[in-house]
Design a protein around this ligand. Structure first.
Ligand SMILES: Cc1cc2nc3c(=O)[nH]c(=O)nc-3n(C[C@H](O)[C@H](O)[C@H](O)COP(=O)(O)OP(=O)(O)OC[C@H]3O[C@@H](n4cnc5c(N)ncnc54)[C@H](O)[C@@H]3O)c2cc1C
Length: 366
C-alpha cells in the first residue's frame, strides 16, 4: 500500500494502516512542500462545525471523542507527549452583532436533522468572566463547548511519523509523485528516484490531490486558503482553555490567529496580522504587553463546501482519497476508523457517502 503525501492526513492514515497490520510506504514531496500540517492552530474543535452536513459534525465529534486514546497510544509508542487537553473551548465575540451571529449559527447547526448531541452553550459576559477572568471590557459574550480541546500539533506530526516507522511503515522524503498509472490491478507511481508499485494507494497530498486525482479517476476539487498566525513570547500560564483565535501553548507562548483568505501564496501580510493582533488584545488586554516572536502564513486545503472528501475510485478500484481542512481534529478518526477500512478495501456508504466528491457533480440548471 502506498500513501501519497506525508502531512498530518497521510501520516495519520499510514500510522493507522500499520496499526491495522497493513504496512505502508509514504511518498512525500518533503520539506519544500507547502504544508498546512506545519502551520496550523492545533485546535481539536467541534463547536460550530457541520452547517449543511450533519455527518461532518458526527465525524468531528467522533474524532474528538477518540483523541484521548489516540494520544495515549502515540505517547506509549514513541515517548512523545502530544499534549492533548480537553477541558472545553471558547469562541468570543466583540460586539452585539457578532454575538447574535454566533447565536444564530450554533442554533442553526444544532437544529439540523441527524445532529449528534454537541454540548455547547451560549454565554453572556458575566458567565464568561467567571471562567475567563482576564477578558477585556469589549468582550460581549461567546460560546463554550465541553467537547473541544487542543494539542501540540508539531509534536503530533512528529509522533505519527516516528510511530508509523516503529510499526513497520516507511517514510520516503523527496519522493514527489509526478504520475500515477493503473495497470492490471496495480498502481505505478512515478517519482524522480524511479517508480514505486503498489496494490492500493491513498491520495493524501493536500492541495496536490487536485492534480493527482484525475490520474486515477478521482475528482478532488481542493484549493488553497491562506491562514496567518502570530506567536508571542512565552509567558506565565493565564489561559486555561483554548479560544478559537487565542491559544496558550504547553510551552507558554500564545498563538493568535487565524485568518481565512482566498490566496494561494503562503506570505504574511501586515494588514491581516494587524487585525488578528487588535482582536486578540481586545479579548485579553494582557496580550498587548507581550512581544511578538514570530508570524507565519500557511495554506489550508479547502473544498468548496468546506467538508472533507473521502472516496474510492470506481475506474481504478484500490485508489482512495482523503482530504480535509481540519486534519488535527480528525487525526484520531483517520487513524482509528478510516485507515482500518481502507486496509479492508471498503468505505461503508452509510458513513462515507456524504463525503464523496460526487456531491459537487450537480447538473447545471437548463
Ligand atoms: C492557519 C491554519 C490553521 C489551522 N488550524 C487548524 C486547527 O486548529 N485544527 C485543525 O484540525 N486543523 C487546522 N488546520 C488544518 C490542518 O493543518 C490541515 O487540515 C492538515 O494539516 C492537512 O494535512 P494534509 O496532510 O492534508 O496536507 P498538508 O499538510 O498540506 O500535506 C500534504 C503533503 O503532501 C505532500 N505532497 C503534495 N504533493 C505531493 C506529490 N505529488 N507527491 C508526494 N507528496 C506530495 C506534501 O509534501 C505534504 O507533506 C489549519 C490550517 C492552517 C493553514
Amino acid at each position: 500500500m502506498a500513501v501519497v503525501g506525508g502531512g498530518l492526513v497521510g501520516s495519520a492514515i499510514a500510522w493507522g494502516l500499520a496499526r491495522a497490520g497493513q504496512r505502508a510506504v509514504v511518498l512525500d514531496e518533503g520539506d519544500v512542500a507547502l504544508r498546512a500540517s506545519r502551520g496550523n492552530f492545533a485546535l481539536i474543535w467541534v463547536q460550530g462545525k457541520g452547517l449543511g452536513m450533519s455527518a461532518y459534525a458526527r465525524w468531528s465529534l467522533r474524532s474528538a471523542d477518540l483523541w484521548r486514546e489516540f494520544a495515549d497510544e502515540l505517547t506509549g509508542q514513541t515517548r512523545l507527549d502530544v499534549r492533548h487537553e480537553r477541558r472545553g473551548g471558547f469562541h468570543l465575540t466583540l460586539s452585539e452583532r457578532e454575538w447574535k451571529h454566533r447565536d444564530v449559527l450554533l442554533k442553526r447547526v444544532a437544529a439540523q436533522p441527524a445532529m449528534p448531541p454537541i454540548p455547547f452553550e451560549l454565554m453572556d459576559r458575566p458567565s464568561l468572566a467567571r471562567m475567563l477572568p482576564e477578558i477585556g471590557p469589549e468582550v460581549t459574550g461567546g460560546s463554550f463547548c465541553a467537547a473541544d480541546g487542543h494539542c501540540n500539533s508539531l509534536q503530533l506530526f512528529r509522533a505519527l511519523n516516528q510511530g508509523m516507522q516503529v510499526l513497520g511503515s516507511a517514510y520516503l522524503s523527496n519522493h514527489r509523485v509526478d504520475r500515477i498509472e493503473h495497470r492490471r490491478g496495480e498502481f505505478l507511481l512515478e517519482t524522480k528516484d524511479g517508480p514505486v508499485v503498489a496494490g492500493k494507494i491513498v491520495l493524501a497530498a493536500g492541495i496536490g490531490n487536485a492534480r493527482l486525482g484525475p490520474m486515477v479517476g478521482l475528482h478532488i476539487p481542493v484549493r488553497p486558503q491562506r491562514g496567518q498566525i502570530i506567536v508571542t513570547e512565552r509567558t506565565q500560564p493565564f489561559l486555561r482553555y483554548p479560544v478559537s483565535t487565542v491559544r496558550q501553548t504547553d510551552e507558554g507562548g500564545v498563538l493568535l490567529g487565524d485568518s481565512q483568505e482566498e490566496a494561494g501564496e503562503a506570505v504574511v501580510s501586515n494588514p491581516v496580522i494587524a487585525v488578528l493582533a487588535d482582536r486578540a488584545v481586545r479579548m485579553f488586554p494582557r496580550l498587548g504587553r507581550l512581544n511578538v516572536v514570530r508570524t507565519w502564513a500557511a495554506l489550508r486545503v479547502m473544498t468548496r463546501d468546506g467538508f472533507p472528501i473521502y472516496d474510492e475510485s470506481t475506474s481504478a478500484p484500490g485508489a482512495f482519497v482523503a482530504t480535509c481542512h481540519s486534519g488535527v481534529t480528525l487525526a484520531a478518526s483517520h487513524a482509528f476508523v478510516l485507515a482500518p477500512l481502507i486496509a479492508d478495501g471498503r468505505l461503508p456508504p452509510d458513513t462515507f457517502q456524504p463525503f464523496s466528491a460526487d456531491r459537487f457533480d450537480v447538473p447545471k440548471a437548463a
